[in-house]
Ligand binder design. Structure first.
Ligand SMILES: CSC[C@H]1O[C@H](OP(=O)(O)O)[C@H](O)[C@@H]1O
Ligand code: ADE
Length: 308
């Protein structure tokens, strides 16, 4: 049996991407592993199909692989997003460890950002439309606005149940996505603050762009681990600093998954949170030319069968 046939017998509507520190959702019931070979290669790792407390199946993927062997510049984001879409995923809840560029967002706090500043350096494949089919998707609002707005209440409620600490949730923040793997200089960190950046990571792009191209609604839960390098008289961020908060943030992220995914699946089923992205590529794709390559069309069929 082909991998696609095995995987497609049950569609999974909600996908979760775990970042640094979040390599599994072992508080949910394990069902099976799948690893579809997509036209853009293999995803970062096996995708785990797990079951929520209400028995809903969701898909989990560790962005950097289960042993954190993939650097942010080399995450196979096209394969990750394509594999999710092929499994039926319509909405993604992504987690990311981030630096804070604002005093009030202390390490340990969580945020649902609404904007992104792209500081990646063009070395990451960042579109599904790099062949003979050209498309220009709208990205003014890079996150699923309806999904992020919907998430705020359930995420707040889940965070109120984190044992032993109060986790603040910020909304409407701007995240800078830098290339890495080295952290920013003090001058860069200060510049990002002047630009209006509130948070910084190395992973939200091209993930969010590719999700938009695949018509998947994408929301990010940014989990702050450090103050980056802008605070004068304080140490610049180090990996050791990040590790101090990583485990506690991952535990709180797992709790969010456990408490939120059933209702998120329901919202996706009803379509409430998808309206901005579903159908959005229809008028983003340039009118077909005779010279479009059959192989390119076949690849795009994998993620957007409605159009190709
Ligand atoms: C471990 S510090 C830098 C690293 O952490 C973040 O990863 P993720 O977004 O996958 O949680 C950041 O983006 C960098 O990749
Ligand atoms: N300060 C920082 N810069 C970039 N990515 C990060 N991930 C966690 N902290 C970070």
């Amino acid at each position: 049996m082909s991998p696609a046939a095995t995987e497609n017998d049950e569609k999974v509507l909600v996908g979760v991407i775990g970042g640094s520190g979040l390599y599994n959702l072992d508080n949910l019931k394990f069902i099976k592993h799948v690893r579809p070979e997509t036209p853009w290669g293999l995803p970062s790792s096996d995708i785990t199909i797990c079951e929520t407390p209400a028995g809903i199946r969701v898909a989990f993927l560790a962005r950097h692989g289960p042993g954190h062997t993939i650097s942010p510049s080399h995450v196979p984001s096209r394969a990750n997003i394509a594999a999710f879409k092929h499994l039926g995923v319509r909405a993604i809840l992504a987690f990311s460890a981030v630096g804070s560029l604002r005093e009030e967002i202390a390490p340990g706090a969580f945020a649902l950002p609404s904007q992104i500043i792209d500081r990646t350096k063009g070395i990451r494949p960042h579109t599904f439309f790099d062949g003979t089919v050209v498309a220009h998707c709208s990205f003014g609002d890079p996150f699923g606005q309806r999904l992020s707005a919907w998430l705020e209440g359930p995420v707040r409620a889940a965070l109120a149940q984190v044992p032993g600490r109060q986790v603040q949730l910020f909304t409407d923040k701007c995240i800078v996505c830098m290339e890495g793997p080295q952290f920013s200089t003090r001058a860069e960190s200060e510049m990002y603050r002047m630009w209006g950046g509130d948070l910084i990571n190395m992973s939200v792009l091209p993930e969010a762009k590719l999700a938009r191209e695949a018509e998947i609604s994408y929301a990010l839960i940014a989990t702050a681990t450090d103050y980056d390098s802008w605070r004068q008289g304080e140490e610049a961020v180090t990996a050791a600093e990040v590790f101090k908060t990583l485990q506690a943030n991952a535990d709180a992220s797992r709790l969010i998954a456990e408490k939120v995914l059933d209702a998120m699946h329901e919202a996706v089923t009803q379509g409430d949170v998808l309206s901005e992205v579903q159908g959005s590529m229809k008028f983003s794709i340039m009118p077909r030319a005779v010279k479009q390559d059959e192989a390119d069309l076949a690849k795009l069929h994998y993620i957007l069968p409605e159009y190709f």
